[in-house]
Design a binder for this molecule. Structure first.
Ligand SMILES: Cc1cc2nc3c(=O)[nH]c(=O)nc-3n(C[C@H](O)[C@H](O)[C@H](O)COP(=O)(O)O)c2cc1C
Length: 239
């Protein structure tokens, strides 16, 4: 990967639609650069769509990084198309004359991990960095938002609450989980990854207290809750 436009992550020419109520109207991204990390939970299949929406609403440049398990659950080509940039990880491209984890960690104005697995949360909470994705997350000075996804019984374990608490003590912003449909048995259970609108609403509330952030308009993902942004485009479906 070189530092040309495609490796850097193309911005949309500008934000092409205003975000809906409940989502932040802007993100505190001084250089307009956002890193998305995807782990090996089924919800990683939603990551390309999140990238499209973030570029559409905020005009930011995005680089995505996958764990090994994440790279088996989502198509790299879809993520590359959605971000306008080659996908990083799980391998370390050390033959490109750079230090990949530092390159990504320093490039990021913000990192969003969506989804974060139980494994990823436990490791990050303990400062373990045995993958490119974990090295980026543990090694960045940028704010990191972590949206965990658990299986029902893993979520109920005491270690889960402990690790999430530790993660917050480490300064990560932990997005609350939600009841979600299990891909395994079709039942609704606790511990699922936040929906896109909940995730953005949470980021809006946190960043409104940061320099450069602004208040999300209104409480909750009003129109986005209907899956529409202000131009009437579906936010939960891309083509
Ligand atoms: C279809 C599928 C769905 C999975 N969903 C989850 C999940 O929601 N949460 C989780 O913690 N692990 C889930 N896993 C297990 C993780 O992929 C596994 O623990 C892996 O080692 C995580 O690696 P990572 O943290 O490096 O991405 C799932 C695995 C598969 C194959």
């Amino acid at each position: 990967m070189t530092d040309n436009d495609s490796a850097t992550g193309k911005a949309m020419p500008k934000a092409v639609a205003r975000p809906p109520k409940g989502a932040p109207q802007s993100l505190p991204l001084p250089r307009g650069q956002l890193v998305l990390v995807g782990c090996g939970a089924f919800a990683v299949t939603q990551l390309p769509n999140l990238a499209v929406v973030l570029r559409r609403w905020y005009g930011c440049r995005i680089r995505a990084c996958l764990t090994d398990a994440g790279s088996r659950l989502v198509a790299r080509d879809a993520l590359a198309a959605a971000t306008g940039s080659p996908v990083w990880g799980p391998h370390w491209p050390t033959d490109q004359g750079m230090v990949p984890h530092k390159e990504l960690a320093d490039w990021a104005d913000m990192v969003i991990v969506a989804p974060a697995t139980a494994n990823f949360v436990a490791k990050a909470a303990h400062g373990i960095a045995d993958s490119l994705a974990l090295s980026v997350v543990t090694g960045t000075a940028a704010p990191v938002f972590v949206a965990p996804a658990y299986s029902e019984h893993a979520f109920a374990r005491p270690s889960t609450a402990r690790n999430l608490r530790l993660l917050e003590e480490e300064g990560y912003h932990v997005v609350p989980t939600e009841r979600a449909v299990s891909v395994h048995n079709g039942r609704v259970a606790e511990g699922g990854m936040a929906s896109m609108t909940s995730l953005l609403g949470f980021i809006g509330r946190v960043t409104s207290t940061m320099d450069g952030g602004d208040e999300p308009r209104g409480e909750g993902p009003a129109r986005a809750g209907h899956g529409l942004d202000e131009e009437g485009a579906r936010v939960d479906g891309t083509r």
